[in-house]
Design a binder for this molecule. Structure first.
Ligand SMILES: [Zn+2]
Length: 130
């Protein structure tokens, strides 16, 4: 692990929940059965408050992506990198980075979660080709 220079989220109760759900669990609605990402107090589909945390597979498929070649700031000038939307096998879509060469990417390709320990305190949730 080299020194990491990009901005990182400040740890908070909200970031801890987001990290938990991205790494191992998602909310599942007891009313309609839908998995939910990001976490919230009510189901966005049926408004039920009957939500439980369930383990998830960490697998999905590439729904959409763009290759960032011109960074919006110096902190992100290590590109090109792939900004992706992954549709998890459980249903929700998640914005993330895809750790792959841009020339080898195809919409719909299977992907799996990859945890990038960028500092001892921060693990970023990314995806890689399955
Ligand atoms: Zn629901």
């Amino acid at each position: 692990m080299s020194e990491y220079h990009k901005p990182l989220p400040k740890p908070s109760p909200i970031s801890a929940v987001l990290r938990l759900c991205a790494m191992e669990k998602l909310q599942k609605c007891g009313g309609c059965g839908a998995f939910i990402y990001y976490p919230r107090p009510r189901c966005p589909h049926c408004l039920s408050e009957n939500l439980e945390w369930r383990n998830v597979s960490g697998r999905g498929k590439l729904y959409s992506y763009t290759v960032v070649r011109r960074a919006s700031s110096r902190a992100f000038a290590d590109g090109p990198y792939v900004l992706a939307i992954v549709e998890l096998d459980e249903g929700p879509r998640m914005t993330t980075n895809l750790m792959a060469e841009p020339e080898k990417i195809k919409i719909g390709m299977p992907v799996t979660v990859a945890f990038d320990d960028v500092t001892p305190e921060h693990t970023l949730v990314k995806f890689k080709p399955a």
